[in-house]
Design a binder for this molecule. Structure first.
Ligand code: PGA
Length: 251
């Protein structure tokens, strides 16, 4: 299983010209990387203008659960799929914080996205320093109604809320904390599904990842990849992150 590195551009950049420029720089930079799967999740408005390749995939940052019809302002998973989008991030903590997105809604979105053939990056995390019941609740409710076959197309992202976008406060998770977060997620998955499914599940980490700390999360934290947000806005920094993981994987 190749490690997965996902850029989450969030509500950036401001212009299409900049989005195209950064996407092309990254495309060139990761072209020769064979041992990492690279994905860029961009705002909806740029999706149709960016052309993914087999070494740089395109992702969205949300989608709706309906197929089509009167859902003002929403984008369906199928609309994403026909644009060449392969991944969608669902349940990100910023959507819970600013839009009060419930886990029941996230569950509906996950089911719809998988049904449309998209791969899902399902974010789980708690406000507390250690994973707690809140995270267990998210995993149980977020995956309700799904069976273990979805793990071919579903990646879990461990995002301790206190470690996200902390470039100024510098409160970042340690590899040991990500290791514990991953173990906790597997423990909960083992209870819902079975031990084999829990061990096989792909778990990545999100929270102030950059080219200097990435190695620790992969090697000691045993993460199957990462989702850098702020650091991914600099295309050269994102390339460095991908290359650092490629290097770890080769050695
Ligand atoms: P950050 O974002 O790298 O800016 O902390 C991570 C995330 O969106 O989970």
């Amino acid at each position: 299983m190749k490690p997965l590195i996902v850029a989450n551009w969030k509500m950036n950049p401001e212009t299409l010209a900049e989005a195209k420029r950064n996407f092309e720089i990254i495309k060139k930079g990761v072209k020769t990387v064979k041992k990492v799967e690279s994905v860029i999740c961009v705002p909806f408005i740029f999706l149709s203008a960016l052309k993914p390749t087999n070494y740089l995939k395109l992702g969205a940052q949300d989608c709706f659960f309906g197929v089509k019809g009167p859902f003002t302002g929403e984008i369906s998973p199928r609309q994403l799929k026909v644009l060449g989008v392969e991944y969608v991030i669902l349940g990100h903590s910023e959507r819970k914080k600013y839009l009060a997105e419930s886990i029941e809604l996230v569950n509906q979105k996950i089911i719809a996205a998988l049904g449309a053939g998209l791969k899902v990056i399902f974010c789980v995390g708690s406000e507390t320093k250690k994973p707690d019941k809140e995270m267990k609740n998210q995993i149980e409710k977020g995956l309700r109604g799904l069976n273990k076959s979805v793990f071919d197309k579903l990646v879990l992202m461990y995002e301790p809320v206190w470690a996200i976008s902390t470039t100024k406060s510098k409160v970042i998770a340690t590899p040991q904390e990500t290791l514990e977060g991953g173990l906790y997620i597997r423990h909960v998955l083992g209870k819902i599904f079975d031990e084999k499914t829990a061990q096989k599940a792909k778990i990545i980490y999100g929270g102030s990842v950059d080219s200097r700390n990435i190695k620790g999360f992969i090697e000691r934290g045993k993460m199957a990849g990462a989702l850098p947000g702020a650091a991914s806005l600099d295309p050269y920094e994102f390339i460095k992150i991908v290359k650092a993981v490629d290097f770890v994987n080769k050695n």
